[in-house]
Write a protein that binds this ligand. Structure first.
Ligand SMILES: Nc1ncnc2c1ncn2[C@@H]1O[C@H](COP(=O)(O)OP(=O)(O)O)[C@@H](O)[C@H]1O
Ligand SMILES: [Mg+2]
Length: 653
């Protein structure tokens, strides 16, 4: 089906062939509350002998119960079973992506060896709900994946040809120039998004592909197309393990092997074509002209409609499990032989511990920069919000303080406006980071789980693409406010004013990313970031006299971008100038006696040295680097926690 040209064919044939085996794989989750729950039990091989239908106290929910199977290289394996039987958990466990929280035991071997560091790079994993960048078109999403995932030795033309082939194969040609979209604005349909997800994983050239319900949400024709593509890939040597929900019979025929689960236990594992015979030997006769996949599900599904039906179905499932356990060696003999053959035939299996990224960090950076630029420049809403916010706030501020340049002004007013400017710039940049970073993080976490690229090139590319917004906002706000309000009339002072706002914005943005990366989700980040910023505002030098701040908290001002920006702006505005009034006596809220004050006196009162403008810049740049480095570090560390598989069997519960 895929018309691979020469260098691509070379690349595919050079791929390591992967056979997989797992044994005694058990995954269980502690039940909440003391003493567990009362539940009827089964005979279980893993967790404590015959519990034959008697009520017992269970402390764990067993999701995968002592599963074992060998999967020879180049096979298409279907994992089937009723909803909630553990299909997704099994795929996650095999792909090394079970989220921390439960216990997982057993052994998973790749080509007869434990999974090494490079395992994630060998594996492609299509989750049920994957996240994509909403502002890229289908074509662009594919092109990025092809450039990023296929090695340099595959020519660009071949990469683009493969993109075309996969787009056509998956029936996406009509949608190729449509943006992916999200909840805010419509893009491609759900089915098209799903196919895009599958396509970008197919592009990876991975040797072992896991898919979780790739056909759900597709119509019968598209489902067939997707499965045909997977079948073709398996015939070219890839090992493919996919969960599937209600496949039609023509799809079912494509599977080499079938793993049928119910309640986390194996009901059948063997050649898909022999499953009907197994069930008929067990006196579950599949009617003629009946889709075997539907029939198997009917047999192994629990029926919870009433107690009798539940008991009957539980008994039926127990019977099937026992029958299969007794005939298992007959079914597995052939598979094990093929499995051993594929391990012995594997000549490239020693480098499982070497992680190889397809591109060098500079190429990664170039590709990520292009993608980030497209994504951000098309994300009109945040840009529009920034512009409207800046213009509206700028003009309101300018209207309130528009006469400051024309007469002697109270010092406090001018300090107030400068501090307000600092707060506005800090909040704007921080909220933008809080808004946009979570989508980025979801995509990046998925892509780095596949070892597609390093995090640093991604972070630097994102930072660079954020620059224009920060620079634009600083200049726009400066242009509106500066001259109308009438701050220091020297032209250089205007540019310094804008530059300080820009650097402060970049620091605040790093601060936002830091908080976003460290918080478990968006809501927590949105609650915490403004709260911390308010504390930084308090120690920032305007609202509270610096001497009044307790020592144990006063150090905070040194890490407050607001403090340093305020210091820079006041020095820029006041140093070496005169003409302000300070109020000496207030009666009934009106100032009745004033004295003229020089700018240097104002700075002295604030504790700022007029020669320290450079210091404000240096520290702000330092904070920008610091917050962004921390943001990068937290992003690196905050990848979803997954569990390694312990090689011990679980103890009795
Ligand atoms: N982290 C978890 N915590 C609690 N229950 C879980 C967790 N993961 C899975 N389960 C439960 O395990 C069972 C199997 O889940 P899953 O593997 O998603 O099933 P399937 O994909 O077959 O529908 C379900 O009953 C599900 O609720
Ligand atoms: Mg599932």
């Amino acid at each position: 089906m895929f018309d691979l040209d020469e260098d691509l064919a070379y690349f595919v044939s050079k791929k390591i062939k992967v056979s997989l085996s797992f044994s005694n794989l058990t995954y269980r989750i502690p039940l909440k509350g003391k003493g567990g729950v009362k539940k009827r039990g089964f005979k279980s091989t893993c967790c404590g002998g015959d519990r034959g239908g008697e009520p017992y106290v269970e402390q764990h929910k067993v999701i995968l119960d002592d599963l074992s199977a060998d999967v020879p290289a180049g096979r298409l394996v279907a994992v089937m079973g009723p909803t909630g039987c553990g299909k997704t958990s099994l795929i996650n466990a095999l792909a090394g992506r079970l989220e921390a929280g439960g216990e997982v035991y057993g052994e998973v071997l790749v080509n007869g060896q434990p999974r090494g560091k490079s395992y994630r790079a060998l594996v492609a994993y299509v989750m049920q709900d994957d996240v994509l960048f909403p502002n890229l078109t289908v074509q662009e999403t594919f092109e990025f994946a092809a450039r990023m995932r296929l090695p340099k030795k595959v020519s660009n033309a071949s990469k683009m040809k493969l993109v075309d082939t996969i787009i056509n194969e998956l029936g996406l040609s009509k949608a190729r120039n449509t943006r992916i979209g999200n909840a805010m604005y419509r893009g491609v349909s759900g089915g098209e998004r799903k196919r895009t997800n599958i396509g970008i994983e197919l592009l990876s050239g991975a040797s072992l592909i896991f898919l979780d319900e790739p056909t759900s949400g597709l119509d019968a024709f598209q489902a067939m197309n997707v499965m045909e593509s997977l079948w073709t890939l398996s015939t070219s040597g890839r090992t493919i393990i996919t969960t599937i929900h209600q496949p039609r019979s023509s799809i079912f025929k494509m599977f080499d092997l079938l793993l049928l689960l119910s309640e986390g236990r194996t009901m059948y594992y063997g050649p898909a074509k022999d499953a009907v015979k197994f069930f008929s030997d067990a006196h579950f006769e599949c009617p003629v002209n009946f889709n075997p996949a539907d029939f198997f599900l009917d047999v192994v599904s629990m029926d919870y409609r009433n107690e009798d039906a539940e008991e009957a179905s539980r008994e039926r499932i127990r019977l099937v499990a026992e029958l299969f356990a007794s005939v298992r060696p007959t079914f597995e003999g052939g598979i094990q032989k093929q499995h051993r053959l594929s391990i012995d035939g594997c000549d490239d299996c020693t480098d499982l511990n070497v992680v190889v990224f397809p591109n060098n960090p500079f190429t990664e950076f170039g590709l990520l920069l292009r993608r980030a630029w497209k994504q951000q420049s098309r994300d009109i809403l945040p840009i529009a919000i920034t512009v409207v916010q800046t213009v509206v706030v700028g003009f309101i501020l300018a209207a309130i303080y528009s006469d400051m340049g024309s007469s002697a002004t109270p010092v406090q007013d001018e300090l107030g406006i400068l501090f307000f400017v600092c707060i506005f710039s800090a909040f704007g940049a921080m909220f933008q980071a809080l808004n946009t970073f979570p989508t980025d993080r979801a995509v990046v976490n998925r892509e780095r789980a596949s070892k597609m690229y390093h995090v640093l090139p991604y972070y630097v590319a994102r930072f660079i693409c954020d620059m224009p917004t920060r620079v634009g906002q600083g200049l726009l706000f400066g242009c509106i406010v500066y001259w109308i309000v009438g701050l220091n009339p020297a032209a250089s002072a205007f540019f310094i004013f804008c530059a300080l706002l820009i650097v402060e914005g970049l620091a605040a943005q790093g601060f936002g990313i830091c908080i976003s990366a460290v918080c478990p989700n968006e809501k927590v980040a949105f609650a915490i970031a403004p709260a911390i910023t308010i504390v930084l505002i308090l120690v920032g030098g305007f609202y509270v006299n610096q001497d009044a701040i307790p020592v144990w908290i006063s150090w905070l001002k040194y890490v407050s971008h607001l403090y340093w920006a305020y210091m820079g702006l006041t020095i820029n505005d006041f140093a070496g100038r005169t003409g302000w009034e300070t109020c000496l006596n207030i009666v009934n809220g009106t100032c009745i006696a004033t004295v003229e004050t020089s700018g240097d006196e104002v700075l002295a009162r604030l504790g700022f040295d007029p020669d320290h403008l450079w210091l404000a810049f240096v520290v702000l740049i330092g904070l920008m680097v610091f917050y962004n480095s921390m943001g990068y570090l937290f992003l690196r560390l905050s990848k979803p926690k997954t569990m390694p598989i312990a090689n011990e069997r679980p103890k009795k519960t």
